[in-house]
Design a protein around this ligand. Structure first.
Ligand SMILES: Cc1cc2nc3c(=O)[nH]c(=O)nc-3n(C[C@H](O)[C@H](O)[C@H](O)COP(=O)(O)OP(=O)(O)OC[C@H]3O[C@@H](n4cnc5c(N)ncnc54)[C@H](O)[C@@H]3O)c2cc1C
Length: 490
């Protein structure tokens, strides 16, 4: 098979599928290749025995005004999937210094108290603490973009040290750094944190989708074909071809496809080091790529329950001792686990009751871990997480029909090739830390003519899947310009 396209996208994660759909809609003959059977990558939805769920907990933010909304609108496919943002769907459980968590009252259909006021109550802020905390949140919410951009080299810890931040607020941002960016607060770039905080302040968080979170990526892939492109699943790209220093196509198990533009969603490091090959780049670039740092991983359990236990769609439990900064993470890796760990739970059928058999629930539970697919300490983290579930929801044990474990090994197997020591099972992609954000973010345009990267490693900002789709939007614009320039030169 030897077929020509304007652009080939390698990988149908949220970044790759959004980019391919937009290119197709804008008139480029686009081929989308995916090694798995379904689009969605790390946030793919699967179905089993009447349950539909992601392999691990996934909800999105911002809930409103997101790039998900913008792309579905441009594709004219808003009717294909509903972006679900029910009031009061999420719960933060703050355990203070002692790890005592209070469950929220049962959810009602009425709009519940949300936003800043709810956070003040959840964190138990006192009258003395409120002015400092209020000044911090107000400054973060109103900071103009030109001020945010000056904070690429400032960590969130350094930024917070400019305020007298109460411990509960510091713990909140410690948890937030772990759950939103899957990095430590003492390395997270303050610019990235503040930009995303502003997105959430305007649009809220904990959005899900009808039919499963991955459904949006499936709709993006469907759009590729609707607008004249082609999608081939179960097609692993073995090699990206480079001829005369320019991208020229890809080699897959199912044949060779040619295009002057190749956009890789397979991860920057796997693309350079495996799919293209080091020999096509200069040594300095290869060394830069090898030195890039991945985000941490999330590992955990899927519980299949014989009766409903959870009435919220998402929960995050954290305490002063449970968020991971660099020091705590290194101690935990050495076997010194904290008393409690940050615990993230998503229950898809609370958002959309067609996602579980009547009267049953699937709960996806996760906590921070190493991104290394070969990490030897998975047992220790699973054990701690099971302790947390027993402590927070003791009724889960007696109605668990089955449970499955997952780790960075499974994340890597599903999505990103393991090409460097300690890399492959990262939750997000390259870490959004100082030195890798804002003006220091890796470029979405590679040094090879016609080769681009899309997804969480380059081109976007924000939390997980939102960052991937934001990159899809920005890289599609970059590629469209490149395509038009080439056409005008012929
Ligand atoms: C446990 C866990 C929990 C998470 N929770 C959240 C959450 O709550 N909210 C949130 O927004 N994000 C969450 N994320 C992060 C989010 O899922 C990712 O950041 C995002 O989906 C990454 O999208 P991407 O397009 O960059 O890449 P990926 O999702 O990694 O997609 C890459 C795609 O390329 C394909 N591919 C790779 N190599 C090849 C090849 N050689 N040939 C063909 N295809 C190939 C892969 O199969 C995959 O489909 C979570 C991730 C994990 C692992």
């Amino acid at each position: 098979m030897d077929e020509a396209f304007d652009a080939i996208v390698v990988g149908a994660g949220f970044g790759g599928s959004a980019c391919a759909a937009l290119l197709s809609k804008r008139g480029l003959k686009t081929l989308l290749l995916e090694k798995n059977a379904v689009a969605g990558g790390k946030a793919m939805t699967m179905s089993k025995e009447g349950f539909s769920y992601e392999f691990w907990p996934v909800v999105g933010g911002p809930s409103l005004h997101s790039q998900f909304h913008a792309v579905l609108k441009e594709l004219d496919m808003e009717d294909e999937v509903e972006l679900l943002t029910p009031p009061g769907i999420g719960a933060l459980l703050y355990g203070g210094s002692a790890g005592h968590y209070e469950m929220p009252p049962s959810r009602t259909e009425d709009q519940e108290e949300e936003g800043a006021l709810a956070l003040v109550k959840q964190l138990g802020l006192t009258a003395e603490e409120l002015p400092q905390a209020g000044r911090l949140f107000a400054d973060m919410t109103s900071m103009p973009m030109e001020e945010i951009e000056k904070l690429d080299d400032v960590t969130l810890t350094e930024f917070l040290s400019r305020y007298e931040v109460p411990q509960s607020v510091y713990s909140y941002f410690g948890m937030w750094s772990n759950i939103i960016f899957v990095v430590p607060i003492d390395l997270l770039a303050a610019s990235e944190a503040i930009r995303t905080h502003q997105d959430f302040a305007k649009g809220g968080a904990m959005r899900y989708s009808s039919g499963g979170y991955g459904r949006v990526a499936e709709v993006f892939a469907k759009a590729v074909e609707r607008y004249g492109g082609r999608v081939i699943t179960r097609a692993r790209v073995e090699r990206i071809m480079v001829e005369e220093s320019a991208a020229s196509g890809v080699v897959t198990e199912q044949g060779t496809f040619r295009a002057p533009i190749v956009i890789s969603n397979a991860g920057l490091q796997p693309t350079v080091l495996r799919l293209v090959g080091e020999q096509h780049f200069d040594k300095a670039y290869v060394s830069y790529v090898k030195g890039l740092i991945p985000s941490w991983g999330i590992m955990g359990l899927r519980y299949f329950l014989s009766r409903p236990v959870f009435d919220r769609g998402a929960y995050i439990a954290f305490a002063d001792g449970s968020y991971m900064d660099t020091e705590r993470f290194l101690k935990a890796k050495a076997g010194e686990m904290p008393e409690d760990v940050v615990t993230f739970v998503v229950v898809p059928s609370v958002y959309d009751d067609t996602l579980a058999p009547e009267g049953k629930q699937c709960a996806l539970v996760g906590t921070i871990c190493s991104p290394d697919p070969d990490a030897p300490d998975a047992e220790m983290w699973w054990g701690k997480l099971e302790e947390m579930v027993d402590k927070l929801w003791p009724e889960v044990a007696e109605c668990t029909e089955s449970k499955e474990r997952y780790s960075s090994y499974h994340v890597s197997t599903l999505t990103r090739d393991h090409v460097l020591p300690g890399q492959g099972g990262e939750c997000i992609g390259l870490a959004q830390i100082v030195g890798q954000c804002g003006s220091d973010k890796p470029s979405a345009r590679s040094p090879i003519r016609g080769l681009f990267y899309v997804g969480c490693d380059a081109g976007g900002h924000g939390c997980g899947t939102h960052q991937a789709v934001d990159s899809g939007v920005n890289v599609a614009a970059l590629v469209e310009r490149e395509h038009l320039t080439r056409a005008s030169m012929v």
